[in-house]
Write a protein that binds this ligand. Structure first.
Ligand SMILES: *Cc1c(COP(=O)(O)O)cnc(C)c1O
Length: 495
């Protein structure tokens, strides 16, 4: 019964383009105002039950006017963000986005190109942005690279290439069962959790990542690393890769990258740098010396959605050897054969990573860099580092607060002091203060444990933060400390 007509043919395009244009203008206008007024709102607000409920509504089968759909977004979604675009959001480690980048993501979606491959402008722009990342770090133009979903995937790319190059067997064909000797990777005990996940997913296992103690600066102990490599070699293992961290997530410590590069060269190991936090310090005029040596790495992971403030997601993997990344990932199935001309001519970006379809991540980065120039991004990084040092000074001057780790870049670890040495009570007070700062809409901090000591943590990856915000934070911490110490104290008067 082919050829039967079942009614009019349909499309997802608007029925009425003028109405679509009007609502689009409204959305853009609201978006600009949302960003303009971000400081007037709380960084984070918990959702009322009624709002929470809206997210359990079942699959809609009937249509709803776009204006009504957008109203639901305004009511349930926009007032309850994570808050990381707010000037007083300093949790974990994330960028604070930017309007131009958001417009870039919108335009990328409008064009709708797939960056998995093909001869089109978006693919060239992707490679241009990768090239800019090489330039920022002083990497050779002959290196390869790929834009990834973020730093975790960018690290995964580097660690995978390292495995295939250093395995001593054809891992792609035979798998890790063919390894002549078990491989060992090395990183400090401060390395990010994504490396453990990578080791597990790569089939090497968590134990193949040997954690080397960190020193007082929270950076890798080079001599301990040297001894570990010798010990493993003597035990018949295959020391394969050193992972240096440029900016640890706990405290912002930076491993001695020159020393690691030298050691890797002496020992014949792959040198990967996790630069998700600190690689971009290379563009900061007053601090770039902190990451000297990063340009000597065999592979680097960096994260434009952190200190370049690109909207999520965009990370970048760079690999120095011009062939190694392609050799690790390229597969050409019959349905993705290149043609000599036309759309299916090179480049085939899917041959440099795990994804087939890829988002057009470059445009949001490209537009913002073009608009501001890279020097401004460098100055903003210096500005955040200055602010972290300023906050450290405020904390050091405050008898009720104390710093718990050295401030190297833009991360400050500190704690509210309590009398005596009951670490459980101290942890309770600090967590309670952190939660009240969130719930009272003042600021968002996170907590961690550094060398066994629980602490609060401020990571200033934020182009909107001002020194006055840090003054406010310290005032509020002092206030909360006196309130909370009354409650904690065993002799507190019952109210
Ligand atoms: C954030 C971070 C990662 C992970 O990057 P994502 O973009 O969150 O996937 C890895 N390493 C370090 C040091 C980080 O700070």
């Amino acid at each position: 019964m082919h050829g039967q007509v079942h009614g009019p043919e349909e499309t997802l395009d608007p029925d009425d383009w003028a109405t679509a244009e009007a609502i689009s203008h409204r959305i853009v206008g609201d978006a600009v105002a949302y960003l303009r007024d971000v400081r007037d709102r709380a960084p984070w607000t918990d959702m009322p039950h009624s709002v929470r409920e809206t997210f359990t509504e079942p699959l809609p089968s009937e249509p709803t006017d776009l204006a009504e759909v957008y109203q639901a977004v305004l009511d349930s979604l926009m007032p309850y963000p994570m808050g990381n675009i707010h000037p007083r959001f300093w949790s974990w480690y994330m960028g604070s986005s930017n309007l131009t980048g958001a417009l870039g993501d919108f335009i990328a979606a409008v064009q709708g190109s797939n960056l998995g491959g093909g001869n089109h402008a978006a693919a060239l722009m992707d490679q241009q942005v990768v090239g800019w990342c090489k330039q920022m770090l002083g990497f050779p133009a002959s290196a390869t690279g790929s834009l990834e979903s973020g730093g975790s995937m960018a690290n995964f790319i580097g660690l995978t290439v390292a495995r295939n190059v250093k395995a001593g067997a054809d891992i792609r064909e035979l798998g890790v069962a063919a390894l002549p000797r078990p491989m060992r990777y090395y990183a400090s005990d401060q390395a990010h959790s994504c490396h453990r996940k990578a080791m597990e997913a790569l089939g090497l296992g968590n134990q193949a990542l040997r954690r080397i103690p960190s020193n007082d600066a929270m950076a890798i102990d080079i001599e301990a690393l040297r001894r570990a490599i010798a010990e493993d070699r003597a035990a018949g293992l295959n020391p394969a890769c050193i992972i240096g961290t440029a900016g640890t997530v706990n405290s912002g410590a930076i491993d001695d990258l020159e020393a690691l590069a030298n050691l890797a060269a002496e020992e014949g190991l792959w040198f990967h740098v996790d630069g998700c936090i600190g690689a971009l310090v290379a563009i900061a005029p007053r601090n770039r010396n902190l990451v000297a040596g990063i340009e000597r790495a065999d592979s680097v992971a960096l994260d434009p959605h952190k200190w370049l403030h690109a909207p999520f997601e965009v990370g970048c993997a760079l690999v120095r050897d011009p062939q190694a990344q392609h050799k690790t990932f390229a597969v050409t199935p019959e349905y993705l054969e290149a043609s000599p001309r036309g759309l299916a001519a090179a480049p085939w970006l899917h041959e440099y990573g795990l994804q087939t379809t890829k988002a057009f991540r470059a445009l949001k980065v490209w537009m913002a860099i073009k608009e501001h120039g890279i020097e401004k991004f460098g100055r903003l990084i210096d500005q955040n580092i200055d602010q972290a040092l300023y906050l450290s000074g405020l904390i050091d001057a405050e008898p009720g607060l104390e710093r718990v780790a050295p401030t190297t870049i833009n991360i400050v670890c500190f704690a509210i002091k309590i009398a005596g040495n009951d670490s459980e009570a101290a942890k309770r007070v600090n967590i309670e203060a952190m939660l009240r700062l969130q719930e009272e809409g003042i600021a968002v901090l996170s907590d961690t444990t550094v060398k066994g000591r629980h602490c609060l943590r401020v990571a200033i990856t934020n182009h909107r933060t001002r020194r006055s915000d840090l003054d406010l934070l310290v005032r509020e911490l002092v206030r909360l400390r006196s309130t909370l110490l009354v409650t904690e104290s065993p002799t507190a008067p019952k109210s």
